[in-house]
Design a protein around this ligand. Structure first.
Ligand SMILES: Cc1cc2nc3c(=O)[nH]c(=O)nc-3n(C[C@H](O)[C@H](O)[C@H](O)COP(=O)(O)OP(=O)(O)OC[C@H]3O[C@@H](n4cnc5c(N)ncnc54)[C@H](O)[C@@H]3O)c2cc1C
Length: 562
């Protein structure tokens, strides 16, 4: 660990564990290169490295320190795909086009893995696996993802049932999950710094604390002004993310900035390993809440919440601590040692902005919360376009530059986040309630079981002829309400005349006979356990309606579903 925070980097777990990196001086002299890359995050560094590896001269201008924001502050999940859902991508561009985009995103992931291995960069700690867990018992979305990613996009994926998920994540907040064994997580700041070293090894010249103040992109030789010097280049790559600002305001206006908040806990000792035995990365949402992974052996890196304005990250420490404790009560009393925020940029369509804005002026931006693989992908695509004239970048042309609505757009997006989170929380609470009802119904059934056993045991011990005879119906006192009229009762099952009822489990044979006679649908339904519970409760607590179709019975009929 570094004793003091490195200048120009906001404190975080990553800066506390970053590998020593030389500070690159600002540009103080005029420079002529073939390509000038503006922005020293993951997108700019990858593009610069790849262009230089193809033999061109490249300079990187970074306004502050390399990877000082999103690229060095993110959660470190390296996943295939994009910020946008692949179902929506398929809907927009068709399956063949979507397959090509997915393959590029997967190649971005492979690039990160290969670069780490080939350069032997230190302090990255890659750990395999990503688990996307569901907070509800509805499996429809997971099955659709499973089918699309596994079968159509041909990526290794596993569906985990609830028991398996809870075996490794000891919380009752989670149900089933999708597992991507090919994904992994890393220390992103050390990766970015390692990438810078690799880029320099390929010949790139990097200048920190050198903002590009203006660009003149007309003509064959383009000019970039910086505070102390000027760069001339035949090609410019804008890799500025949401920091582009005044350099190109109209393009900058196509991204919505989103701040996300991250904490790292104090060491837990054994407690963490007992609560979470899965070592890969975990996501339990399609938006901000939550993403987490173990770091430093026994600490939890946990992120969530998001705002479309820049809030003091310190106020998010207690909120994320509360989120951890709600998910894992066994981690109560957790201490937060590091808290920080980072800002990402999303286009309205949530797909990256990759392409040529005008001859020789390129953009690689808008990677959203899915930028580690996609910045690598963009760096390669743009280097191939510039050096080889390759037009793979045109695969992104359906995703145009659309003004994101300025302040109003940010307010609307914040509203969407709040609505989405509220909806997620509501659905999750309902799912847990349903599960609790099932559990209670089972408990009740288990409590009833000994009575039945006792009766059976008495029956076994006492010879049948010595048992008191069952009284004739006529001997029983009459129910004042039903003495004069038969009560008709039907089970609360949906009628499906003509449907076979032969796929009931064997222990429901009696009920099946009934269903066959009455013509009710007895096939397993989605959430059938839940339906059973409400049925059982109705049976116990609710007066039975008298006017439903079904066979007549007396009020003494014993009727039990399970
Ligand atoms: C909290 C958080 C968690 C995330 N988690 C993940 C994750 O787990 N997995 C994942 O894949 N993605 C994640 N992301 C997203 C990912 O970090 C980003 O998409 C990615 O880092 C963007 O890289 P970039 O190079 O485009 O932008 P940046 O890292 O923002 O770099 C842009 C650089 O351009 C520089 N710049 C801008 N204008 C100028 C100028 N005029 N002159 C010179 N320099 C300039 C800036 O100073 C900046 O350094 C996360 C993001 C955040 C904020």
């Amino acid at each position: 660990m570094n004793a003091s925070e490195p200048a120009g980097y906001a404190p975080s777990w990553y800066t506390a564990t970053m590998r020593a990196a030389p500070e690159r001086g600002p540009l103080t002299f005029d420079l002529d290169v073939e390509v000038c890359v503006i922005g020293g995050g993951l997108a700019g560094l990858t593009a610069a490295r790849e262009i230089a590896r193809r033999g061109w001269s490249v300079a990187v201008l970074e306004a502050q320190r390399l990877a000082w924001n999103a690229s060095g502050r993110n959660d470190g999940f390296v996943l295939p795909g994009f910020a946008e859902s692949m179902h929506r991508v398929v809907g927009r561009v068709g399956i063949d086009h979507a397959k090509a985009l997915w393959a590029l995103s997967q190649a971005g992931l492979d690039y990160v893995r290969t670069t780490i291995r080939e350069t032997g960069m230190p302090g990255i700690d890659p750990v395999p696996g990503w688990l996307k867990v569901s907070k509800t018992d509805n499996t429809d979305d997971a099955l659709a993802d499973f089918e699309l990613i596994g079968e159509q996009l041909e990526t290794e994926i596993e569906g985990w049932p609830t028991e398996r998920v809870r075996d490794v994540l000891k919380t009752n907040h989670y149900f089933h999950a999708l597992h991507l064994p090919g994904a992994f997580h890393i220390h992103p700041l050390n990766y970015a710094l390692g990438l810078a070293t690799a880029a320099e090894a390929a010949g790139v010249r990097i200048f920190e604390n050198t903002p590009a103040l203006s660009i003149d992109a007309e003509g064959v030789r383009k000019r970039i002004a910086t505070p102390q010097a000027r760069v001339r280049a035949s090609q410019i790559v804008l890799a500025c993310n949401v920091h582009l600002g005044a350099l190109m305001p109209r393009i900058a206006g196509t991204l919505i900035p989103i701040w996300s908040y991250v904490v790292v806990t104090a060491p837990f000792g054994r407690r963490l390993a007992e609560a979470i035995t899965y070592r890969g990365a975990v996501t339990d949402t399609d938006l901000a809440n939550h993403h987490y992974r173990m770091v430093g052996g026994d600490r939890l890196l946990f992120s969530g919440r998001s705002t479309t304005w820049d809030s003091d990250p310190r106020s998010y420490g207690p909120r994320l601590k509360a989120d951890i404790e709600q998910l894992y009560p066994q981690l109560a009393g957790v201490e937060i040692e590091h808290v920080w925020s980072g800002v990402l940029g999303n286009a309205l369509h949530r797909m990256p902005q990759i392409g040529e804005l005008s001859p020789g002026l390129w953009i690689a931006s808008g990677f959203g919360g899915h930028g580690i693989n996609t910045t690598a992908m963009a760096g390669r695509i743009i280097s191939q376009a510039i050096v080889d004239g390759d037009d793979t970048w045109r695969l992104f042309s359906p995703y145009e530059f659309v003004w994101a609505g300025g302040r109003l757009g940010r307010v609307a997006m914040q509203g969407y986040y709040w609505w989405f989170n509220a909806r997620e929380r509501f659905a999750a609470r309902q799912a847990r309630q349903r599960e609790e009802e099932v559990r209670r119904a089972r408990q009740r059934a288990a409590l009833r079981a000994p009575e039945e056993r006792t009766e059976a045991e008495i029956g076994a011990a006492v010879p049948a002829d010595q048992l008191p005879a069952e009284p004739d119906l006529v001997d029983l006192p009459a129910d004042p309400f039903s003495a004069h009229e038969p009560v008709t009762v039907a089970p609360p099952l949906r009628r499906r005349a003509g449907d076979p009822a032969d796929d009931l489990p064997d222990d429901d044979a009696g009920q099946r006979g009934y269903a066959e006679n009455a013509g009710y649908d007895q096939r397993p339904q989605p959430h059938s356990a839940v339906r059973d519970v409400s049925y059982a409760e109705e049976e116990q607590d609710e007066p039975q309606p008298e006017d439903q179709p079904g066979r007549a019975r007396t009020d003494r009929t014993i009727w039990r579903l399970r």
